[in-house]
Write a protein that binds this ligand. Structure first.
Ligand SMILES: Cc1ncc(C[n+]2csc(CCOP(=O)(O)OP(=O)(O)O)c2C)c(N)n1
Ligand SMILES: [Mg+2]
Length: 566
């Protein structure tokens, strides 16, 4: 028997059938048919995704981002017309750069002025109209469209989700006009499985064989890895392969962990001196693997690009050399590469000598980092010191650290897959807190730590994020590394003009954040446990307390840590 429901509710029902757990929502006057449909579905016992009220769009998109990072499953975000979408655009740019799939939607203000259900009522109906609303996020979207008829809900959502999850993954956008959502639609087929499977690019066997041969025959190979090594199995296979083949792995500006920091082949963030001597370089899923003006690969070095989109076609300019391109998801490519290499001939003695040299360099780098961290004790203390202490506090615990100008990989040892994420290379600040909340939602039993600069904390709309943490009972630990400035901006000025006027000024203009707000009060406003830490000697105890409270009392915690300007 045929049945019908409000199109707004039908849309949510379809999302559920597509396996979406959460819709991160920030609603408005375009939402009545969504909210009515939601209530209708509830009244009729129709299963829907969990619909969450998120009081700022950047937090909503960042939560979907963090949720995906922990689960590998894209979620949905529903925002308010053009203005909500504009607030979420920075998050969409982050998701696109990080290859994070999500179904981004926002309402379209009614286009009709009268005589139709759903037509304009209040002045924003006119004020929020745009000729091309999608333009706000089009460059960050793999696909975009507008729902024209209610019966398109199933087909368009199937298509949107399949495209978002196809290689290379990323966000898609669908605009939802209010009049269309107000219509009634037949429910037949809404609960069926998706009609379109995502397409997954598998590595080309010829490219794989060529890459494997080059790597196996290399005298001085190097891998630069910025965005992880795929799933649990490929993470393990990668660690084994680089050890067996004695390949140094560099984490220059890594935003995700590809190799444990205590692995004997992890040589730290600096590609020098490896890059100058390398005859074969693998760029593993890395947008900007080195600094072209500083790091100079050999002219005859063979460069292999591996990743879901090895040439990063979204970006107008990116000319890192690419002799061999191997396209595919890392979880497919890395085990396949390891397998092909396992059949290659090797000179065991030469590999052993190289392995020893790399391991010694790796150990020396760890020792140097420990020393730098210890030297940063005091009041205020260095970021390296905070990173080191956090590493000690997390030892033996299953944890994930999100860092945005916060703690540093290396001084903060991280060894498990998914244990560490840094802001994407798009750098749309305000990401880490929201992403940590999304990750905690995905992994309720895991210790989730968000560490960020004071500037990044303020970009995250902290009142909003603490409200979410309280409302959804997400016991995240937040560390604000507070140097009362935008240090990264100051560094970029003094880096470009080391002897300039700005560098000689008492305070570099446009970088100071004094007077610094009392962030503990912001957190306490949402009943977080909050402390200020000024002296490095107090940090280990404060961290232990923070972790205990988050775990045992299931309560969010903030530490406002007095951090030195470097
Ligand atoms: C949305 C957004 N606005 C501005 C910037 C430019 N920006 C890059 S780093 C930075 C300062 C970050 O300050 P903070 O988080 O305090 O870290 P610090 O550098 O002081 O350690 C700014 C403003 C950005 N990346 N994103
Ligand atoms: Mg700062």
């Amino acid at each position: 028997m045929s049945e019908s429901m409000t199109a707004g509710g039908a849309l949510l029902r379809r999302l559920k059938a597509l396996g979406i757990d959460y819709v991160f929502c920030n609603s408005g006057t375009d939402f009545p048919p969504i909210i009515e449909g939601l209530a209708e579905a509830k009244a009729k016992d129709v299963a829907l995704p969990r619909m969450l009220t998120i009081p700022h769009e950047h937090a909503a998109v960042s939560m979907a981002h963090g949720y995906y990072q922990m689960t590998g499953r894209g979620q949905a975000v529903m925002l308010h017309t053009n203005v909500g979408l504009a607030n979420g655009a920075s998050g969409a740019i982050n998701a696109a750069t990080a290859h994070v799939p999500m179904l981004l939607m926002s309402g379209r203000t009614p286009v009709t002025e009268a005589d139709r259900f759903g037509a304009r009522t209040v002045p924003i109906g006119w004020g929020q109209e745009m000729r091309d609303q999608t333009a706000l996020v089009r460059e960050a979207s793999k696909w975009d469209y507008e729902l024209r008829f209610p019966e398109q809900i199933g087909p368009l959502l199937d298509r949107a989700r399949a495209i978002a999850h196809s290689t290379p993954r990323g966000p898609v956008y669908l605009a939802l006009p209010r009049e269309v959502l107000c219509e009634s639609v037949d429910t037949a087929g809404l609960d069926d499985a998706s009609s379109i499977a995502p397409s997954r690019v598998a590595p080309d066997p010829v490219a794989l064989a060529t890459a494997a041969k080059a790597l196996a025959e290399a005298r001085a190979p190097l891998i630069i890895a910025q965005r992880g090594a795929g799933d649990a199995a490929s993470f393990a296979a990668f660690a084994e392969m680089v050890e067996e083949w004695a390949i140094p792995v560099c984490s220059w500006w890594a935003v995700e962990l590809a190799l444990p920091t205590d692995h004997p082949c992890h040589v730290g963030p600096d590609p020098s001196p490896w890059i100058e001597e390398a005859d074969v370089i693998v760029i593993l899923d890395s947008l900007a693997p080195w600094w072209p003006d500083r790091h100079r690969p050999r002219r005859d070095a063979k460069v292999i690009n591996i990743g879901p989109d090895p040439v990063f076609s979204r970006f107008p300019v990116r000319n890192f050399r690419c002799d061999i391109a191997v396209a595919g998801e890392s979880e497919d490519t890395l085990p396949a590469l390891a397998n092909v290499m396992s059949h290659a001939r090797r000179d065991a003695a030469a590999l052993a000598a190289r392995r020893d040299r790399i391991a010694a360099a790796s150990e020396a780098e760890r020792a140097r980092m420990r020393e730098t961290a210890q030297a940063g004790a005091g009041a205020p203390m260095s970021k390296e010191y905070v990173s080191h202490c956090l590493g000690e506090a997390l030892e033996g615990l299953e944890s994930t650290v999100f860092s945005e100008l916060g703690t540093m990989l290396g001084p903060l040892p991280r060894n498990a897959r998914n244990s560490w994420f840094q802001e994407p290379h798009s750098g749309g600040l305000g990401w880490a807190f929201g992403a940590a909340l999304g990750a905690q939602l995905a992994a309720p039993d895991r210790l989730i730590v968000a560490t960020m600069g004071d500037g990044s904390y303020m970009f995250a709309n902290p009142t909003v994020c603490h409200q979410i943490a309280e409302a959804l009972e997400l016991p995240v630990v937040v560390l604000v590394l507070n140097n009362r400035e935008w240090g990264a901006v100051r560094h970029s000025v003094t880096g470009m003009y080391p002897d300039g006027y700005a560098a000689k000024a008492n305070e570099v203009p446009l970088t100071g954040l004094t007077p610094s707000p009392d962030f503990t009060l912001t957190a306490r406003a949402s009943r977080a446990h909050a402390e200020r830490v000024s002296d490095s000697a107090d940090l280990p105890d404060a961290l232990a307390r923070a972790i205990r409270i988050a775990r045992d009392e299931h309560r969010q915690v903030l530490l406002d840590i007095d951090t030195a300007r470097s």
